[in-house]
Design a protein around this ligand. Sequence first.
Ligand code: AHR
Length: 355
Amino acid sequence: MKKRILALVMTALMVLSLAACGSNTKQTSNDTASTKGGKDVITVGFSQVGAESDWRTANTESMKSTFSEANGYELIFDDAQQKQENQIAAIRNFIQQEVDYIVLAPVTETGWDTVLKEAKDAGIPVIIVDRMVDVSDDSLYTAWVGSNFELEGKKSAAWLDAYLKAAGKDKDEVNIVDIQGTIGASAQIGRTKGLEDAVAAHSNWKLLSKTSGEFTQAKGQEVMESMLKQFGDKIDVVYCENDNEAFGAIDAIEAAGYKVGLDGDMIVMSFDCTKAGLTDTLSGKISQNTECNPLHGPRVEEIIKSLESGQTVDKKKYVDEVIFSFDDSVKSLSIDGTDYPVTKLTQEILDKRAY
Ligand code: AHR
């Protein structure tokens, strides 16, 4: 009798555990897919920085269209509104939901050790996208894909140097203001460094001011207004760390009665090369624009597919990016022994821009 009761209990436990397996088969990174309508579904929790810029909107769209239901994914998307504490809460939530993969676009580089350790302990692979994390143990994330932000900064500074030479102005005093991105974000750190290194290498370049515009148009405009109040037409170059800041800066400069452009009062430089940014580059309001490519969805998917099939993935992968300018006085830049072409923007190129 006792044996019969034991057998019944064992059978009931087996039935229960089989039912649990059927509803969510996510166990380890080698066994991640759950099933929906007979199809394997991979659950991805994506913590996005926010919606601060056109670049970010394009990035979100790339992630959402890649990790769609039709492609076999369940995407849990969280917009952190540029706040790290929101991103940490989102990651904890993803861990609780036992997602198969966590994708993190971190707002700043530092402050991730604890929460990424929690994800690692839960056996959930973390893929970092766009900006980097600065952690003491790099096994806390599986892979990173994004831009070489310092190289972007070097490209812009090298363009300015080459442009001034071509224009015969390389001996003039050059007064620069830097509207920085979100302080502590890789995109800010790299782009600011690229400029500061170049300023240090040119005795006639002066960095009058650097202030964060938080990668937004509104803040970019506000910062530019205050820089104009302080320095007025002493400013020769406005180095904006993204397109949206450049839009705000241009509005402020024009409202103050100055002309932007190579033949105007101030040269505006930018990063991203979004469609709106390139529209201003084609018109000459932005004189030079260094690309930062936001289309990371397929790149992250490639990493997930490799992991699903048991392959090893690159720990870090940089995206190739180009440089556009309004005029053709600079055709290429040599940086650390590598040549980078500079493309004079045309309507045809702009028409083909996807974001
Ligand atoms: O991290 C990439 C940067 O973040 C882009 O340059 C900017 O537009 C965005 O907000």
